[in-house]
Design a protein around this ligand. Structure first.
Ligand SMILES: NC(=O)c1ccc[n+]([C@@H]2O[C@H](COP(=O)([O-])OP(=O)(O)OC[C@H]3O[C@@H](n4cnc5c(N)ncnc54)[C@H](OP(=O)(O)O)[C@@H]3O)[C@@H](O)[C@H]2O)c1
Length: 334
C-alpha cells in the first residue's frame, strides 16, 4: 500500500510517500481501506519532533474514515464492506472520567490513517453516519470528540447559557461552535482575524472580538456580559482575562495551551467567584459514541477547508502550518 511515513523529524519536508506492506491482522483487529483522512495540529508537531513519546518510523494520521476490508477472527458485529469512522483514542480504559496511562492516539507510535489501509482495534470502529461523506466523516474524530467532551461531559453546557470560545481559528474551536449553537447556547468567539469572526457569526455565533486589540476583554464584556462557560484551548496570559469574564459560579474548561503557561494567575477571582476550572483530554469511547449521536440527531456537517491527495501530504501539512485554514484539511485517498 501507499503511505505517508516519517522516518526522521525536521518538519513536513521529511514526510515520505512510499510503498509499504500491510502487516498481519490480530484477532481483535479490523483492516480498513481508508477513503479519507484529516489533519490535526498534532501531525504537524510530530513532524518537528514536538510531541511527547516520539517513536519513529511511523505512518502519520489520527483521523480517518473508510470501508472495512477484513476483520480478525474474534471480531463480532462489524461486517466486511461496512462504511466506518475511526475513533483515534486507543486504550482509553474502563473509567469514563479519565484515560488510563496506556492511552495513545492513532498515528504515532502506531501507524495511522495517511495510507491506503489502516489497522485498528475493533472497539475503535464505528458506523459512519449516513449523512456524512467520507471527507466529512474523516474530518470529525479527534477534534470532534475533544470538543464534545469539553462542552458536554466536562462543561455541562445548557441551552440559553452564554458560552465563550477563544481562538475560533482552531479546529477544536470550530466544532465547539457548531455543537454549542446546535443545543441553543449563546456563543461568542475571539480571533486574530475579522474574517474568522464574521464566518463564526454566519455559523451562529452572537458576536466576537479581535484578541489582538489591547482592550479586547473590555469590549467583549460590553458585548457579551459574563460567560457561564468558557471552553479554552489557548491558555497563556489571556487566561487571566477569561477568569475575569467568567460569571460567578461559572466554569472554564481547558483543553489546550497553544499560548503557553498562565503567568500571575489571579487566584482570588477564582475562589471569590466560586468558579470551576476543569481539564479535559480527547474523549472516552462513550464520548465518541455520544458525539456521533449528536451529529446524527442535528445532521451536523464538519467544515472542510481544503482537500489534498495522499501524494500531497507534505503540502497539506505545510498549509496547516500557515494557519490560514477555517475548517479541516482533508487528505482524500485514491
Ligand atoms: N486536550 C486535547 O485532547 C486536545 C485535542 C486537540 C487539540 N488540543 C490542543 O488544543 C489547542 C488547539 O488545537 P487545534 O488543533 O484545534 O488548533 P490550532 O490550529 O493549534 O489553534 C491555533 C489557533 O489558536 C488561536 N490563538 C492563538 N493565539 C491566541 C490568543 N492569544 N488568543 C486566542 N486565540 C489564540 C488562533 O485562532 P485565530 O486564528 O482565530 O486567531 C489559532 O488559529 C492546541 O493547543 C492543541 O494542542 C488538545
Amino acid at each position: 500500500m501507499k503511505a505517508a511515513t516519517l522516518y526522521e523529524t525536521g518538519g513536513p519536508e521529511k514526510v515520505i510517500i512510499e510503498e509499504k506492506s500491510i502487516r498481519d491482522l490480530k484477532d481483535n483487529e479490523v483492516l480498513i481501506k481508508v477513503k479519507s483522512a484529516a489533519l490535526n495540529r498534532r501531525d504537524l508537531f510530530i513532524t518537528y519532533g514536538l510531541y511527547p513519546g516520539m517513536k519513529l518510523p511511523c505512518i502519520l494520521g489520527a483521523d480517518g474514515a473508510g470501508v472495512v476490508v477484513k476483520v480478525g477472527k474474534d471480531v463480532t458485529g462489524i461486517q466486511e464492506g461496512s462504511e466506518v469512522i475511526i475513533d483515534p483514542g486507543l486504550n482509553w480504559g474502563e473509567n469514563n472520567d479519565f484515560a488510563q496511562q496506556e492511552f495513545r492516539i492513532l498515528g504515532m507510535p502506531s501507524d495511522g490513517t495517511f495510507a491506503q489501509y489502516v489497522i485498528v482495534p475493533s472497539s475503535n470502529v464505528y458506523r459512519k453516519p449516513d449523512h456524512l461523506s467520507f471527507d466529512e466523516a474523516a474530518a470529525l474524530p479527534l477534534a470532534g470528540v475533544t470538543a464534545y467532551r469539553a462542552l458536554f461531559t466536562r462543561g455541562q453546557v445548557q441551552k440559553g447559557e452564554t458560552v465563550l470560545i477563544p481562538g475560533i481559528g482552531s479546529g477544536v474551536a470550530q466544532y465547539l461552535l457548531q455543537m454549542a449553537v446546535s443545543v441553543g447556547a449563546n456563543v461568542y468567539v475571539t480571533s486574530s482575524s475579522e474574517e474568522k469572526i464574521n464566518r463564526a457569526v454566519m455559523l451562529g455565533a452572537k458576536g466576537g472580538v479581535n484578541y489582538r486589540d489591547e482592550n479586547w476583554a473590555k469590549t467583549l464584556k460590553n458585548q457579551m456580559g459574563s460567560a457561564n462557560l468558557i471552553v479554552d484551548g489557548v491558555g497563556g496570559p489571556g487566561f487571566n482575562n477569561l477568569i475575569q469574564l467568567t460569571a460567578p459560579g461559572g466554569r472554564i474548561v481547558s483543553y489546550g495551551a497553544t499560548n503557553g503557561p498562565v503567568p500571575n494567575c489571579v487566584m482570588p477571582k477564582i475562589f471569590f467567584k466560586n468558579m470551576d476550572i476543569l481539564g479535559t483530554t480527547m474523549g472516552s469511547p462513550r464520548d465518541f459514541e455520544n458525539m456521533l449521536t449528536l451529529y446524527e440527531k442535528y445532521e451536523l456537517q464538519p467544515m472542510i477547508d481544503r482537500t489534498f491527495s495522499l501524494d500531497e501530504t507534505k503540502e497539506a501539512l505545510m498549509y496547516m502550518g500557515e494557519g490560514k485554514n477555517f475548517g479541516k484539511i482533508v487528505i482524500r485517498i485514491e
